[in-house]
Design a binder for this molecule. Structure first.
Ligand code: GTP
Ligand code: MG
Ligand code: NA
Length: 457
């Protein structure tokens, strides 16, 4: 199809912000799901993707558009959820680099927090347009809820005291943005959308302000970004996750930002033991309004056009690495060249392994979480001698066992968000390799430092 303003792809919107500001809960409210309550420790540790067809968005925005005047030129919205915990800078960076627009979520009771500032830096570095969801307005003392209402209408129903508290907190947040050198104002007063950051008061609990947030996202992207949203035939695709799914084998979850993926395509991705060249067996998506991270019934496709979160099944994906780019080998493409290109990202990670050969072994579920863990260990000055992605097997214990002679305190495997094979566990016990398992990075760190202390003493 032609490149034109009538052929737009869905914008990719990334949700960023400090931990526990309500990013996942906001998406749950729009999806009518309960993803957040199923997360370990209530903390997001992966990037997620959800597709919102425009029909569903229309319904949510309807309270603001009683006369039906709102125009819709987009097929939908692909939303990327990211973790706010400080350990996941790399995932925030990856999420924000995939997106066309971002929603920075700020807790109205807390104002700007450390990862808010970090997210602001990422957005500025990449010149990504963004709006702010000023979330948890239901926590203003005495707030009267009107579920899923437009914000201004809800505000008008509040007591004098609630409105006063709201404006007081709003002023404070505006001041904090000013301290960061940014002009901001509540969105309905914003006359200069291109220059001044819009704040949208929301509640992920009551749904108030959510129609406003969606309407603003749609208007900003379709009015101001139609140039960058024109559909391109050149493929742009990133692997978010490598997952074993019952009945499907090893699959990869990707974000398709541009171009078309087809069943049968020959694809190239970065693998732990070198580039992987394989053929797409099936293209699957979750149901609309469902999170890619959550197991569910998949929809099969012959081809998929950007933008979309897609699960790909294909042979030989076991060693594929999350975070890698995915390329399709076209008729005129040099396969070798593509293979070299996709391997670039892993080279960077491998270079962080300690040259002395002394250090812990680290195992994680994705390139992203491995990167996060390595960043964390580097900051804590814990050397790393080996890395791997995927479950811990006997051979991994064998490798860590080398350290028993060299430096016993490092004869450990830090296993982040990956299963440990039964036999591997038994073998580790026999030879004296300590395996620490956790699905929250800093818990791993705590276990390791306690153990390290006990050995050194
Ligand atoms: P991370 O992904 O871990 O960074 O957190 P998050 O930003 O996704 O926040 P999450 O959705 O996990 O919500 C954190 C906590 O705040 C949970 O206990 C939610 O129930 C609560 N919460 C989220 N949004 C709201 C809101 O609008 N009002 C109130 N009262 N509580 C909220
Ligand atoms: Mg979350
Ligand atoms: Na959370």
């Amino acid at each position: 199809a032609a490149r034109s303003k009538d052929n737009l792809r869905s914008p990719i919107c990334c949700i960023l912000g400090h931990v526990d500001t309500g990013k996942t809960k906001l998406l749950d409210k729009i999806r009518q799901t309960n993803v957040q309550e199923g997360e370990a420790g209530g903390i997001t540790q992966q990037i997620g993707a959800t597709y919102f067809p425009i029909e569903n968005i229309k319904k949510k925005v309807a309270v603001l558009d009683k006369e039906g005047k709102q125009e819709y030129k987009l097929p939908g919205l692909l939303v990327i959820d990211t973790p706010g915990h400080e350990s996941f800078t790399n995932l925030r960076s990856r999420g924000s680099s995939l997106c066309n627009i971002a929603v920075l979520v700020v807790d109205i009771m807390h104002g700007l927090e450390p990862q808010t500032l970090e997210s602001l830096r990422l957005l500025r570095d990449k010149k990504t347009p963004f709006i702010v969801a000023l979330n948890k307005i239901d926590r203003l003392y005495g707030w009267k809820t009107i579920p899923n209402n437009a914000f201004l209408d809800s505000l008008a129903q509040q007591s004098e005291a609630v409105r006063k508290e709201f404006h007081m907190r709003l002023d404070r947040v505006n001041l904090e943005f000013a301290e960061q050198g940014l002009n901001s104002c509540v969105y309905y007063d914003n006359k200069k959308m291109g220059k001044v950051v819009s704040l949208v008061p929301t509640s992920a609990f009551t749904g108030e302000g959510v129609p406003d947030l969606l309407q603003l996202l749609i208007n900003l992207t379709q009015e101001r970004m139609s140039g960058s949203l024109m559909y391109l035939s050149e493929l742009e695709c990133t692997v978010l996750e490598v997952k074993v799914i019952e009945g499907l084998g090893t699959t990869i979850d990707v974000v398709l930002s541009n171009g078309i993926l087809r069943e049968g395509d020959k694809i190239v991705v970065c693998g732990l033991n070198g580039p992987i060249v394989t053929q797409v067996r099936a293209l699957l998506t979750p149901q609309p309004m469902k999170e890619m991270r959550i197991k569910g019934a998949y929809v099969h496709h012959k081809e998929i056009k950007a933008s979309m979160g897609v699960k790909i099944t294909a042979p030989d994906l076991e060693k594929a690495i999350a975070g890698s780019r995915l390329m399709v080998v076209g008729e005129d493409d040099d396969e070798e060249e593509l293979m070299e290109e996709v391997m670039g990202d892993l080279q960077t990670l491998l270079s962080s392994i300690d040259k002395s050969g002394r250090g812990v072994c680290v195992q994680a579920s994705t390139l992203g979480s491995l990167e996060a863990l390595l960043d964390f260990l580097r900051a804590s000055e814990i050397p790393v001698s080996g890395i791997n992605i995927g479950p811990v097997y006997r051979k991994d214990v064998l490798r860590a066992g080398v350290m028993i002679e060299k430096a016993k305190e490092f004869a450990t495997i830090l296993a982040f968000d990956v299963p440990v094979d039964k036999e591997a566990e038994k073998y580790a016990d026999e030879v004296g390799v300590k395996i620490f398992k956790a699905d929250i990075i800093y818990h791993l760190f705590d276990q390791f430092t306690a153990y390290n202390k006990s050995i050194v003493e």
